[in-house]
Design a protein around this ligand. Structure first.
Ligand SMILES: Nc1ncnc2c1ncn2[C@@H]1O[C@H](COP(=O)(O)OP(=O)(O)OP(=O)(O)O)[C@@H](O)[C@H]1O
Ligand SMILES: [Mg+2]
Length: 509
């Protein structure tokens, strides 16, 4: 096989951070090459060097592509050579249509004017190819993250790609969409498209990758060949030691009922007759970790957000009790005061102010905590942030760092810190480990266990069934806006959860 790409001795520094140091990466023509590493290991940075986001001269080392030295001035240069990157944080414009997103800046143009009829037709073809049935005129912001990811891929395909770089493409996708995407990757490979994939989902990597390069602390640790690939090997290369358990040990000490939700009904924010949550009822006990399973789009996030200060939906009905007393959760401050907090799945849109430093983000939801006599105490603000930085092992040179400069996984930890600082009795975590490496997942699981051990209630919404089964004392299964079943830790299994979902699909009154 011929070598398509060689990156030699790549180094890259940011103020206070040596993100890459002496990284080597060789990619053969036609292969799927995976890059693994813990959060902050330098994976995204390496791909930004390769795609011209960081231009020639802003990094050390050399890149040879198709036998020629590559000195990119920007992302346009790399796209001209067929190198196309799909970034970890999606970059579609929510208010525009799919076709507009696909072709703006890359026109199906005649004399610089976009021919929209042709653009829509072309878009349609690429959408079908990635398995989407939406019309090209659909507004992107109304589609879920999963579909937006597929649109990104369709967009890349439209650009005559030769080296496709996917930075955590399945992080936001549910199981069957992920499988479709991986199939698509294999299909593209058969058509000769070389691909680089970054992912924390080791089972997926094992499935599609021909070779894996592991980064640790900004340097190459190893390149593993197809025959040698195993999850244990990847993990031990990533973290530098063997990890015996994926879930921290815990002896549950479940107490009395803390949160009780009864007859909870919520309607769609725009379509008045569309009911999104139907008569939901559930409880969370002190010291308990409760899971909510279900497919994407079944109302798990809507349920959580509607309870958290009516952040979602309209026409809310139902009762919420904390410790036996009815509480008012009609606004976010009231929900927080009642002891409920919610860690969003969509950290970019809802959880963080990216341009602000870590310390501002952490105290955002509890400014009273860092105020003395009504005046913001900067020293306390810094100390609180520093405590969380240490407790959650947020990898950063300091809490003054802007959140936008953190790696994806470390951003997630900042969101978590922000809501932990509101001192909730019940913490609802929505996909808390999405895009998080195995080591950091373990840390987040440990934090959940600690919260439970303190007698708090933890609710975990997750699309990763093994994680729900590994962590939860009890699991509610949601489907089509209803809670359709409940399983104890002993009863719960992937098959049972799926069976409950299938049995109740299309049966809603
Ligand atoms: N623009 C930037 N300014 C300052 N530091 C940065 C910047 N971009 C990345 N870093 C730092 O460089 C290191 C590598 O980050 P990178 O985003 O490449 O990690 P990653 O391996 O992609 O992690 P993840 O799995 O969490 O996405 C991190 O310590 C990060 O905080
Ligand atoms: Mg990254």
């Amino acid at each position: 096989m011929a070598t398509l790409l060689e990156m030699r001795g790549i180094g890259k520094s940011f103020p206070g951070v040596r993100a890459l140091d002496q990284v080597n990466l060789t990619v053969e023509t036609g292969e799927i090459h995976a890059i693994c590493g813990e959060n902050g290991a330098g994976k995204s940075t390496l791909m930004k060097v390769l795609s011209g986001v960081y231009p020639h001269g802003s990094y050390e080392g050399e890149i040879v592509y198709e036998g020629q030295a590559l000195a990119l001035r920007g992302i346009r240069d790399s796209e001209e050579r067929g190198i196309i990157i799909i970034h970890q944080e999606l970059a579609l414009v929510p208010l525009l249509s799919i076709a507009e997103n696909m072709f703006l800046g890359h026109e199906v143009a005649r004399r610089g004017v976009i021919s929209w009829p042709r653009a829509y037709q072309a878009a349609e073809g690429w959408l079908r190819k990635v398995g989407l049935s939406e019309p090209p005129s659909a507004i992107v912001g109304k589609l879920g993250v999963g579909k937006q990811q597929l649109i990104e891929i369709a967009k890349a395909l439209a650009k005559d790609v030769r080296l496709l770089i996917l930075d955590e493409p399945t992080a936001a996708l549910q199981e069957n969409d992920s499988q479709k995407l991986l199939d698509l990757m294999l299909e593209l490979k058969a058509q000769g498209v070389t691909q680089i994939i970054i992912s924390h989902k080791l089972n997926e990597i094992s499935r599609v990758a021909d070779r894996i390069t592991v980064l640790r602390d900004g340097s190459t640790v190893s390149t593993i060949d197809r025959g040698q690939i195993s999850e244990d090997r990847i993990i031990s290369d990533m973290v530098g030691r063997d990890m015996a358990h994926r879930y921290p040990e815990r002896v549950p000490a479940v107490g009395e009922v803390l949160l009780e939700v009864e007859g909870w009904n919520v309607w769609h924010p725009e379509q008045a007759d569309r009911q999104m949550i139907r008569d939901a009822a559930f409880t969370v006990r002190k010291g308990e970790i409760v899971g909510i399973a279900g497919l994407m789009g079944t109302g798990r996030t809507e349920l959580a957000m509607s309870l958290f200060g009516r952040s979602y939906g309209r026409g809310h009905q139902g009762r919420v009790r904390m410790g036996g007393r009815e509480v008012d959760v009609s606004t976010v401050p009231k929900a927080i005061a009642a002891g409920i907090s919610y860690v969003t799945e969509d950290r970019k849109a809802l959880g963080l102010v990216l341009e602000e430093p870590i310390l501002k983000n952490i105290s955002l939801a509890n400014l009273a905590g860092i105020a003395v006599k009504g005046i913001l105490d900067k020293r306390r603000e810094a100390r609180v942030a520093e405590d969380y930085r240490r407790a959650l092992a947020i990898r950063t040179p300091g809490v003054q760092q802007k959140v936008v400069n953190l790696s994806g996984g470390n951003q997630q930890k900042v969101v978590l810190a922000k809501w932990l600082y509101t001192d909730p009795q019940v913490l609802i975590l929505d996909e808390p480990t999405r895009g998080i490496d195995v080591g950091a997942k373990y840390e987040i699981y440990s934090i959940m266990n600690d919260l439970a051990a303190q007698g708090r209630g933890v609710v975990m919404i997750s699309s990763e069934m093994p994680e729900l089964l590994g962590m939860c004392d009890r699991i509610y299964v949601m489907n089509e806006g209803r809670i359709v079943g409940e399983l104890s830790r002993e009863e719960a299994s992937q098959e049972r959860i799926m069976a409950m979902i299938l049995r109740t699909t299309g049966k809603a009154a």
